[in-house]
Design a protein around this ligand. Structure first.
Ligand code: NDP
Ligand SMILES: O=C1O[C@H](COP(=O)(O)O)[C@@H](O)[C@H](O)[C@H]1O
Length: 512
C-alpha cells in the first residue's frame, strides 16, 4: 500500500471555518526591488501559480517600491529566481506567470504612489470581471519594519478593498517586528489602529517548515509520546540553528539586530512553543495560539550565567558593521518553564552564523535508565531528534544489542528520513505554504499580538544588557562550533553528548 493510501485528510482537521472564495485577488509585494521579494516572495507565488492556487483569470500581482524600473525590468530581476531547485515547472509557466506581474513605483509615505497603486489594482479588478464581484487585496510588506507604520497608513487611506460585495484587505508583515518590548508594542498599536487583528499576518517562516508543522501531529496524534513528554522522562531539550555562512551583504541590517532578534526571539521561540505547549482544545488557530501564549508566559527570567554570546572573527571587516560592534552572531540561551510539565528541564536554544555546518534541529534528550543492568550509559542516552533542515528527518537514538554472538550493546536509531520514505513528494517551501494560508484566511501559523508581546517580554531584559555593553560576545573562529563556553554551558545544563556516534544517511539512500 502506498503512503498516499494511508493518508487521511479530514475536513475538520484542516478547516478553519473559511469557505473557498472567488473573485479578483490582487497580491501586492511592497519592497519588490529587495532581497526577500526576489528570493522568497515571488518564487513562492510562482510555485503557487504552477499548482493552480493562483488562477490567471482571478489573480494579478503588483510589485511596489521606490526604485524606478519598468514592468519588464522587475520581471527580468525576478525571472532567474523563480525556478530555484524545483526545475520541474516548464519555462512557459515562467513566462505566463510573469505576464501577471506589474510594477508600480512610489514612495512609502506619500499619497501619490498609493493612489496610483490603487488605480492599477482597481483597473485589474474591473478587467478581470464583467460584473462587480468581491475583491481580495493582499499586501505583503517585504520591507524594513521602520516603514511599516507609514505604509500601513497609506494602504488604509488609499488602497482598501471597497467592494460592498465582500472580499477583504489583509497585510502580511515580516520579522523582526520591533526591537524590544516597547518598540514592538508601539508598532503593534500603530498597525492595530489601522487594521483588525484578523487582517494582520505576522509571518515567521519557520512556522511554514514541514517538520515544524508536523510537531503538533507528532506530539498529539501519537500515543507513545504522550506519557513521555514531561519532566519525569525528558532531561533536556535543545533547539539549534546553525549556518555555515556569515552575514554576507546583510551586515548593516544584522548589526542592528543580532542573532537573538534575528533567529532566537522568533524562529527558535516558535519552535520552542510547539515543543513545550499543552494540548490545544482543537486545531482552531485561536486555540493553538492560546496555548503558545500560556507557555511563553510561564518562562522564567533568563539568568546571565545561562547565556553564552559569541561573535565570529572577521564579522567587523564588513564595511557596514561598526569597528566596535558588540553584536552577537552566536548565542546559547537556556529557557526554563515554571509549570507542572517542565519544571527543572532546560530548553537550550542555540543559534549561530559562520559555524561548521548548516542545520536546524530539535533534540529531545531523555533521562538515563534507572538501575541500568547493561552499564550502557556511556554509549549515550535515548534521544529523539527532529531534523528541520537540511534533509528533513526524525530519528530516535536508542540502545540495541550489538548483532552477533556477544551480549553487548550499541547505539542505533529508528529512522524516518523524508527523502527515502516520501520519494517523489515535493516538500513545499515555507513561504509558499504561508502565503497560501494568508489567501485562505488561516492564521494558525502566524504570530498573534499577545504572543509577540510575551516573546519580547522574555528577551528584552537580556537584549538591553547586550545593547548597553554589559554583556559581551566571545570571539570564535569562522567554521567552528562557536565559543567553547557554549558546549560547557550545555553540559552544565546536563546535556550529554554521544561521542563516537553520528547519525548518517545510509549509503543505500543514494537518492539523496
Ligand atoms: N532577506 C531575507 O532573507 C529575509 C528578510 N526578512 C525581512 O523581510 C523584510 C525585507 O527584507 P529584505 O528584502 O532583505 O530587505 P531589503 O533591504 O532588500 O529591502 C527591501 C526593499 O525595501 C526598500 N528599502 C530598503 N531600505 C529602506 C529604508 N531604509 N527605507 C525605506 N525603504 C527601504 C528598498 O526598496 P526601494 O528602495 O526600491 O524602495 C528595498 O529594495 C525585512 O523586514 C527583513 O527583516 C525576513 C526573513 C529573511
Ligand atoms: O529569518 C532569517 O532566516 C534565515 C534562515 O532561514 P532558513 O529558512 O534558511 O533557515 C537567516 O539566514 C536570516 O539571517 C534570518 O533573517
Amino acid at each position: 500500500m502506498g503512503s498516499s493510501e494511508w493518508s487521511h485528510r479530514s475536513d475538520s482537521f484542516w478547516s478553519n471555518d473559511n469557505v473557498a472564495e472567488t473573485g479578483c485577488l490582487s497580491i501586492i509585494v511592497l519592497g519588490a526591488s529587495g532581497d526577500l521579494a526576489k528570493k522568497k516572495t515571488f518564487p513562492a507565488l510562482f510555485h503557487l501559480y504552477c499548482q493552480g492556487f493562483l488562477p490567471p483569470n482571478e489573480v494579478h500581482i503588483f510589485g511596489y517600491a521606490r526604485t524606478k524600473i519598468s514592468d519588464d525590468e522587475l520581471r527580468n530581476r525576478i525571472r532567474g529566481y523563480l525556478l530555484g531547485e524545483r526545475s520541474s515547472s516548464p519555462t512557459e509557466d515562467v513566462s505566463e506567470f510573469l505576464k501577471l506581474v506589474k510594477y508600480v513605483s512610489g514612495s512609502y509615505d506619500s499619497a501619490e504612489g498609493f493612489q496610483l497603486l490603487d488605480k492599477e489594482i482597481a483597473m485589474h479588478e474591473i478587467s478581470k470581471s464583467s460584473q462587480e464581484v468581491s475583491s481580495r487585496r493582499l499586501f505583503y510588506l517585504a520591507l524594513p519594519p521602520s516603514v511599516y507604520p507609514s505604509v500601513c497608513r497609506m494602504i488604509r487611506k488609499y488602497c482598501m478593498n471597497e467592494s460592498d460585495l465582500g472580499g477583504w484587505t489583509r497585510v502580511v508583515v515580516e520579522k523582526p517586528f520591533g526591537k524590544d518590548l516597547d518598540s514592538a508594542e508601539l508598532l503593534s498599536s500603530q498597525i492595530g489602529e489601522l487594521f483588525d487583528e484578523p487582517q494582520i499576518y505576522r509571518i515567521d517562516h519557520y512556522l511554514g517548515k514541514e517538520l515544524v508543522q508536523n510537531l503538533l501531529v507528532l506530539r498529539f496524534a501519537n500515543r507513545f509520546f504522550l506519557p513521555l513528554w514531561n519532566r519525569d522522562n525528558i532531561d533536556n531539550v535543545q533547539i539549534v540553528f546553525r549556518e555555515d555562512f556569515g552575514t554576507e551583504g546583510r551586515g548593516g541590517y544584522f548589526d542592528e539586530y543580532g542573532i537573538i532578534r534575528d533567529i532566537i526571539q522568533n524562529h527558535l521561540l516558535q519552535v520552542f512553543c510547539l515543543v513545550a505547549m499543552e494540548k490545544p482544545v482543537s486545531l482552531k488557530p485561536e486555540h493553538i495560539r492560546d496555548e503558545k501564549v500560556k507557555v511563553l508566559q510561564s518562562v522564567l527570567p533568563i539568568k546571565d550565567e545561562e547565556v553564552v554570546l559569541g561573535q565570529y572573527e572577521g564579522y567587523r571587516d564588513d564595511p557596514t558593521v561598526p569597528d566596535y560592534s558588540n553584536t552577537p552572531t552566536f548565542a546559547t540561551v537556556i529557557l526554563r518553564i515554571h509549570n507542572e510539565r517542565w519544571e527543572g528541564v532546560p530548553f537550550i536554544l542555540k543559534a549561530g552564523k559562520a559555524l561548521n555546518s548548516r542545520k536546524a534541529e530539535i533534540r529531545v534528550q531523555f533521562k538515563d535508565v534507572p538501575g541500568d543492568i547493561f552499564k550502557c550509559e556511556k554509549q549515550g542516552r535515548n534521544e529523539f531528534v527532529i531534523r528541520l533542515q537540511p534533509s528533513e528527518a526524525m530519528y530516535m537514538k536508542l540502545t540495541v544489542k550489538q548483532p552477533g554472538l556477544e551480549m553487548s550493546t550499541v547505539q542505533s536509531e529508528l529512522d524516518l528520513s523524508y527523502k527515502q520514505r516520501y520519494q517523489g513528494v515535493t516538500i513545499p517551501e515555507a513561504y509558499e505554504r504561508l502565503i497560501l494560508d494568508t489567501i485562505r484566511g488561516d492564521q494558525q501559523h502566524f504570530v498573534r499580538r499577545d504572543e509577540l508581546k510575551a516573546a519580547w517580554e522574555i528577551f528584552t531584559p537580556l537584549l538591553h544588557r547586550i545593547d548597553n555593553g554589559e554583556m559581551k560576545p566571545t570571539p570564535y573562529q569562522q567554521g567552528s562550533r562557536g565559543p567553547t563556553e557554549a558546549d560547557e554551558l550545555s553540559a552544565k545544563a546536563s546535556y550529554v553528548q554521544t561521542h563516537g556516534y553520528i547519525w548518517a544517511l545510509p549509503p543505500y539512500r543514494n537518492l539523496l
